[in-house]
Design a protein around this ligand. Structure first.
Ligand code: CTP
Length: 219
């Protein structure tokens, strides 16, 4: 069991992204990175060669794998593309949907410099970009979907929209963001499977095992 992912390359995104407004302000979100880090560790535990591309988190770099620290969504996409090719890509990061169109060199002054508000532009969708690559598309591309209601139906639609193979649908109606437990459903071509609520480490271990099984079936 311990070496079922030996020889497999897996890239995982985790944590939030941070989009600077000026030298002291930014747009971000409350993702702790725990679930992505736990998945990275679980895959490494099964022998995989893991690259974890992480936004800013309070977590230490996990042992036994490569961690690439980035801040913005553009940097995250660049780091993922640099880490290709891979057998599996898992997008766990809570990527900021928008970034400020311009990053001010100096701290914005609300009263003096005629600041009229923030112009935002959309960030690239990293999961969709990797899932739709013609060259070097990982054989198994997995996304996460954070939903508060109608979790499974929204996840099925998201899987099709993103072009990924699996979606891990996250019920975030409780205290999942930052909490140590998670409750997920796995959406694949075979349908939807609901997993019981458990520690993020247990969800990670289950997912890593499922990935190993899937790669073995396609070997
Ligand atoms: N994702 C990404 N790049 C983005 C946005 C999202 O890689 N710019 C990935 C996330 O890592 C995750 C999945 O896409 O795997 C989440 O998709 P998203 O459309 O952002 O869904 P939700 O966060 O659930 O938000 P909503 O459906 O409410 O838009």
């Amino acid at each position: 069991m311990a070496d079922t992912l030996t020889g497999r390359r897996i890239i995982i995104t985790a944590g939030p992204t941070l989009e600077p407004i000026d030298p002291v302000r930014f747009i971000s979100n409350r993702s702790s990175g725990q679930q992505g880090y736990a998945i990275a560790q679980a895959c490494a535990h099964l022998g995989a060669d893991v690259t974890l591309v992480s936004g800013p988190t309070a977590l230490p770099d996990p042992l036994g794998l490569k961690t690439v620290r980035i801040e913005t969504a553009l940097e995250m996409l660049d780091a993922v593309e640099t880490a290709l090719p891979a057998d599996v890509f898992i997008a766990v990061a809570a990527v900021a949907d928008w970034r400020p169109a311009n990053r001010a060199e100096k701290k914005l002054k609300v009263d003096k410099s005629g600041f009229t508000g923030l112009e935002l532009v959309e960030n690239p969708d990293i999961l969709k970009t990797i899932a739709n690559r013609n060259e070097n598309r990982p054989g198994l591309v997995i996304g996460f979907a954070a939903e508060t209601h109608d979790v499974e139906n929204l996840a099925i639609a998201k899987r099709a929209r993103k072009g990924c193979d699996w979606i891990v649908a996250n019920d975030v109606s409780g205290d999942v963001m930052g909490g140590s437990h998670n409750e997920v459903s796995l959406v694949t071509t075979d349908g939807v499977e609901h997993w019981p609520s458990g520690p993020k480490s247990a969800i990670a271990a289950e997912l890593a095992g499922r990935i190993a099984d899937a790669l073995m079936q396609n070997a």
